[in-house]
Design a protein around this ligand. Structure first.
Ligand SMILES: Nc1nc2c(ncn2[C@@H]2O[C@H](COP(=O)(O)OP(=O)(O)O)[C@@H](O)[C@H]2O)c(=O)[nH]1
Ligand SMILES: [Mg+2]
Length: 205
């Protein structure tokens, strides 16, 4: 649910990174946080345990500057992917303007990816959102891992991308595909808001 303040000419959009546990959602936000100049971002809030697993969610506010005369802000969230955090996932997803689905390219994770994609669509439907229309971008993460462990992008896309949405290969640790993904989802969300041609979004680099 984007907040548009016409008087102050401000827009705030909520983008949720969704996907199975340990697919690289938090790593995406860390990479963005580390690359974006300090005056363009707020603090990253991670409610996590001592390990690297997200317990509740991560939150990163970003300032895109002025787009079409509106001060534009993004709020990036990640959900915890593990099956038992279903309630938190639903809460975090609520009011999302756009979703980035971070898939884990490891072959042994394919069932988790499929299950998480189904879970996403079930939760959107439950929240009364038309799941076929919500802005969605897929990132096939961990493409840096050895070929014998991973599925390649066309193979993954065949299984997961039934809507034919934009997708990117990713390596969230080194940053491959991270800003491409963020730009894609931002453009889809802002296009939807403005009801017009895609605005050019410059974020990060
Ligand atoms: N090789 C590789 N490891 C990754 C990549 N992205 C994340 N990881 C690792 O996968 C694990 C889970 O990452 P995290 O971002 O916490 O996943 P989340 O549960 O989706 O938030 C961590 O050990 C990361 O260092 C990637 O693109 N390539
Ligand atoms: Mg996480």
């Amino acid at each position: 649910m984007s907040l548009v303040n016409y008087a102050a000419r401000e827009i705030t959009c909520k983008i949720v990174y969704y996907g199975p546990g340990r697919s690289g959602k938090t790593s995406n936000l860390h990479y963005v946080y580390n690359q974006v100049p300090g005056d363009r971002r707020g603090s990253m809030v991670s409610l996590a345990t001592q390990t690297d697993r997200t317990l509740f969610f991560d939150f990163l506010p970003l300032d895109l500057g002025s787009i079409s005369g509106f001060t534009t802000r993004l709020q990036l969230y990640t959900v915890p992917g593990q099956v038992y955090y279903a309630t938190t996932r639903k809460l975090v997803l609520q009011g999302a303007d756009g979703v980035v689905f971070v898939a884990d390219s490891q072959r042994r994770q394919i069932d988790e990816n499929v299950e998480s994609m189904q879970d996403l669509h079930a939760n959107l439907a439950e929240q009364g959102v038309d799941a076929r229309n919500v802005p969605l971008v897929i990132q096939y993460n961990k493409q840096d891992l050895p070929r014998e462990l991973t599925m390649d992008v066309p193979e993954l896309d065949d299984v997961l991308n039934f809507r034919g949405v934009p997708f990117h290969a990713g390596d969230a640790l080194r940053g491959t595909g991270v800003f491409e993904t963020l730009r894609s989802i931002s453009e889809l969300v802002l296009r939807r808001l403005s009801g017009a041609a895609a605005p050019r979004v410059a974020v990060g680099q």
